[in-house]
Structures are given as structure tokens and as C-alpha cells.
Design a protein around this ligand. Structure first.
Ligand code: PLP
Length: 389
């Protein structure tokens, strides 16, 4: 059976070039980067090279990139690290209702420990309102954390404007750029970013590795304590092959940026156009203008998304209801709720995310399967039989 993977925002396959770069670091080049003899120093040099590759993709200095276990750890580090470092200055954090759970659940934890958190809402286009952000700032605000690109609806936030507001008020600005990396241009200096979360497995690198960008001069406490790795900022023997893979993936993301964005946006637009043309009562969620190039988030009215997902799976097609992280829970997506979508429509929503290995034939196959599945489901739905469909 044909297999079509349309869930690139959940994770991506490791590219061949990335795997090839990693392989020697499992076997011959296995030295501990902290050891001061030959093969240890070689490992340390390889990590330095990877740090340069990641820094280049975001216009940072290599010394501002701290490798760790991925997006989740980076978000936790940013929030807990600032909450601790600036506890004498204040206890107020501003974020949004649509952050990844790595951010939301970290903020909820802090609320249990005396911190106050403002969760900004979003407009119908999925973007925050800058005047609401500015109005939420108090003299106790120590952190503004707003994601660059949302993982469910793909909306791109006005990061440069947020950076300018944070700077004007002297507040640290963190952004979760896990979905943004490699998909929209990122320049930490130009955008006024102080802290930024990155993850390797969303850009064709291996899982379990990522980095936190920490602008030089930002005061932030450590999150993992132990050895002196990562310039004494993040303890634990480095995930050497993982870091090498992440570096290579970052280099490729920079080199292929223009063709990647063109490829993804063309196929994504083709998918949306075909679906809207061939299936009635479908809505596109979020802004089309400020959007991740590979993301299509679609509501199929009068349909149960879970049923659609399973029927697509039976045809070899992988998509997602909402985000991967909430796919096993029946709680409606917090992002779609924040967009103001009614619960019954949220249950009929699917996220399709295309990537570098998606083809036009894949999209044609998915659309033809969707047409068939929707007809079947709407045919048997009691809501619609009442409407005489
Ligand atoms: C995937 C993702 C994360 C988590 O990253 P991991 O490396 O899987 O821990 C965080 N934020 C966003 C927006 C994501 O898409």
C-alpha cells in the first residue's frame, strides 16, 4: 500500500546526509568531549563545529547556543531559569493561550509556586494583539514568552514587534521557535530575541537533541546541574552523535531554505485548493498570510476527526488531529479553542503538514482518499441524514 506521511510538524525523518554525518560518532569517534586526550578533543571539536552550524542558521554567535535534549527542555529551561534568576525583580510572566504544552505546563507549575501568568488570547487570524501584550506588562513582569510559529495552525507571530516591546520595557523575551526553524527566516539579532528554543527532529535531524539560544548578557539560572559541559550551563555528557546530526540538519536547512519553502508552500496550497474544490463544508483555520509553509489545518464540518484519521491511516496516510501531544486525549485542542472554533468543529479538524519528501502524487492520493472517506462518513452521519444529504 502507498504510504503518505503528512505529519512533518510532529516529526521528520532523518536525512541521509545527516545520518552519514552522525554514524562515525557512535563507533570510532566515540570519545568523551570532556576528556583531554586525542579522541576526546576530536569530539569536542566536532561539537564546536555543530555549534557553528546551528548559530549560522539563526545569526547568533556560536557561544550563545547551548545544546540540550530538545524543544521541551529548552522551554522548561527558559521559564524556570528566568523565574529563578529574576525572582527578586518580580513574579509575573506573559505568554499566550496557544503555546506548546512544554511552555503551558511549565507556567502552570510556576503558578502553584507563587508566580502569576497572563495568557494572551489570539484574534481570528491566530495572532496575538500587540496592544494587549503591552497592556499586560507590569513592573513585576520578568518574562515574555511567545512562540514564533504555532504547531497546530502554523500561525507566525509578529516576533520582531514583540522583541521591540520587550526591549522597551527591559523584559527578557523568549520564543519557542521549534516550528519556525528552517521554515521562516530567523535572525535573533534583528528580531530582538533573548532566548530561543530549537529542536533537531523537526528539521530532519535526530530526536532527543536541540538547543536553547541565550543572548550574551541575559541572566538565566541553569536547569540541569552537574558537570561543566556546555560552558558550565548544561550538565551531562553531550549527546555527541545527536549534536553532530543537529548541526548537519541546521546546515542543510540553511542551504535548502528557499527551495524547501517553495516546495512545501506549493504542495500545501495545492492540497488546500483541491480539498476546497472537491469537498463541501471545509474551513481553513488560521491566517494564510502569516503561516508555516507546510501547514494546512482544516475543519471538515459534520465529521468526527478521529474517524477520519483512522480511515486515512487504513489507506497508509498519516495526519494528525490537533497536535501530536494531544492526539491521545479527548480534551479539545487549546489552540483551536483559543481561535474560537466550536467544540464540535474542533472534533472535525485535521492537521496536514507537508515536507521535503512529499510529492504532488502524494497530495492527489490523499485528496482522492479524503473525498471517498468524507462521503462515507457524511453518508452515515445522523446529523446529515436529518439534513437530507
Ligand atoms: C515539537 C515541539 C516542541 C517539543 O520539542 P521536543 O524536541 O519534541 O521536545 C516544543 N514546541 C513546539 C512548538 C513543538 O512543535
Amino acid at each position: 500500500m502507498r504510504q503518505v506521511y503528512l505529519d512533518y510538524s510532529a516529526t521528520t525523518p532523518v536525512k541521509k546526509e545527516v545520518l552519514d554525518a552522525m554514524l562515525p560518532y557512535f563507533t570510532e569517534q566515540f570519545g568523551n568531549p570532556s576528556s583531554i586526550y586525542g579522541i576526546g578533543l576530536e569530539s569536542k571539536d566536532a561539537i564546536t563545529h555543530a555549534r557553528t552550524q546551528v548559530a549560522k542558521l539563526i545569526n547568533a554567535d556560536p557561544a550563545e547556543v547551548f545544546f540540550n535534549a530538545g524543544g521541551t527542555e529548552s522551554d522548561n529551561w527558559a521559564v524556570f531559569g528566568i523565574a529563578d534568576a529574576l525572582k527578586d525583580k518580580g513574579n509575573h510572566i506573559i505568554t499566550t493561550k496557544i503555546e506548546h504544552h512544554a511552555m503551558l505546563h511549565s507556567c502552570e507549575f510556576l503558578e502553584k509556586h507563587g508566580y502569576e501568568v497572563t495568557y494572551l488570547g489570539i484574534g481570528p487570524d491566530g495572532r496575538i494583539k500587540l496592544d494587549e501584550l503591552e497592556a499586560a506588562i507590569t513592573d513585576k513582569t520578568i518574562l515574555i514568552s511567545i512562540m514564533t510559529v504555532n504547531n497546530e495552525i502554523g500561525t507566525v507571530q509578529p516576533i520582531k514587534e514583540i522583541g521591540a516591546i520587550a526591549k522597551k520595557h527591559g523584559i527578557v523575551f523568549h520564543t519557542d521557535a521549534v516550528q519556525a526553524l528552517g521554515n521562516i527566516p530567523i535572525d535573533v539579532k534583528d528580531m530582538g530575541i533573548d532566548l530561543m528554543s530549537m529542536s533537531s527532529h523537526k528539521i530532519y535531524g535526530p530526536k532527543g537533541v536541540g538547543a536553547l539560544y541565550i543572548r550574551r548578557g541575559v541572566k538565566i539560572s541553569n536547569y540541569l546541574h552537574g558537570g561543566a559541559q556546555e560552558n558550565k550551563r548544561r550538565a551531562g555528557t553531550e549527546n555527541l552523535p545527536g549534536i553532530i546530526g543537529f548541526g548537519k540538519a541546521a546546515e542543510l536547512a540553511g542551504e535548502n531554505f528557499v527551495s524547501h519553502v517553495k516546495h512545501c508552500s506549493e504542495l500545501r496550497n495545492y492540497l488546500i485548493d483541491e480539498v476546497l474544490k472537491k469537498i463541501p463544508n471545509v474551513k481553513v483555520n488560521g491566517s494564510m498570510e502569516y503561516r508555516h509553509p507546510g501547514n494546512a489545518n482544516l475543519t471538515f464540518e459534520y465529521i468526527e476527526g478521529e474517524a477520519m484519521l483512522l480511515m486515512l491511516d487504513a489507506k497508509g496516510i498519516s495526519v494528525s488531529t490537533g497536535s501530536a501531544c494531544s492526539s491521545t486525549s479527548l480534551v479539545p485542542s487549546h489552540v483551536l479553542s483559543a481561535l474560537g472554533i466550536p467544540v464540535e468543529q474542533i472534533h472535525g479538524t485535521l492537521r496536514f503538514t507537508v515536507g521535503d519528501f512529499t510529492t504532488k502524487e502524494d497530495i492527489d492520493y490523499v485528496v482522492s482518499c479524503l473525498v471517498e472517506i468524507i462521503e462515507t462518513l457524511r453518508g452515515i452521519s445522523s446529523v446529515n441524514s436529518k439534513k437530507g444529504w
